[in-house]
Design a protein around this ligand. Structure first.
Ligand code: THU
Length: 142
């Protein structure tokens, strides 16, 4: 069975349960949806050395690529909020580093995925190319 826009958002929400965010208290989940119907999720992982924090999107990309999985990335859902209030924040838009990480997967599969930035009042829908125009990617190293 394939994912839908709603199920991808639900997968991101579920993934946020696994967040390790004792410092910010901001729990984030991300879900990557592929053309073959598969979904890969991630949650943010913080560190006592604050700057080493890994965002949910980056964890999801690391999970994907480190298992050898590849595919056509069609959509990404990101959701966050304080514990017990995930989804209650303003739309969560991927940080710059995460945009670049997502771009790696997108370019490998030749797609320009839609990014669903989930907020309490609205879901902001943007193409990755809008979030990261003129991206540097694998093709630039050929
Ligand atoms: N965070 C994410 O995981 N993804 C985003 O798109 C925005 C920020 C995390 C990093 C940190 O653990 C917490 O949210 C607060 O910045």
């Amino acid at each position: 069975m394939s994912w839908t826009r709603d199920s991808l958002i639900a997968a991101a929400r579920e993934a946020a349960v696994g967040a390790y965010a004792p410092y910010s208290g901001f729990h984030v989940g991300a879900a990557l949806g592929f053309a073959d119907g598969s979904v890969v999720t991630g949650a943010n992982v913080e560190n006592a050395s604050y700057g080493l924090t890994l965002c949910a999107e980056t964890v999801a990309v690391g999970k994907l690529l480190s298992t050898g999985a590849r595919g056509t990335l069609e959509a990404v859902a990101v959701i966050g909020g304080k514990l017990g209030q995930v989804g209650g924040s303003a739309p969560v838009s991927p940080c710059g580093r995460c945009r670049q990480m997502l771009n790696e997967v997108a370019q490998l599969g030749g797609s320009d995925p839609v990014v669903l930035c989930v907020g309490v009042d609205a879901v902001l829908e943007l193409k990755l190319s809008e979030l990261l125009p003129h991206a540097f990617g694998p093709a630039d190293l050929a």
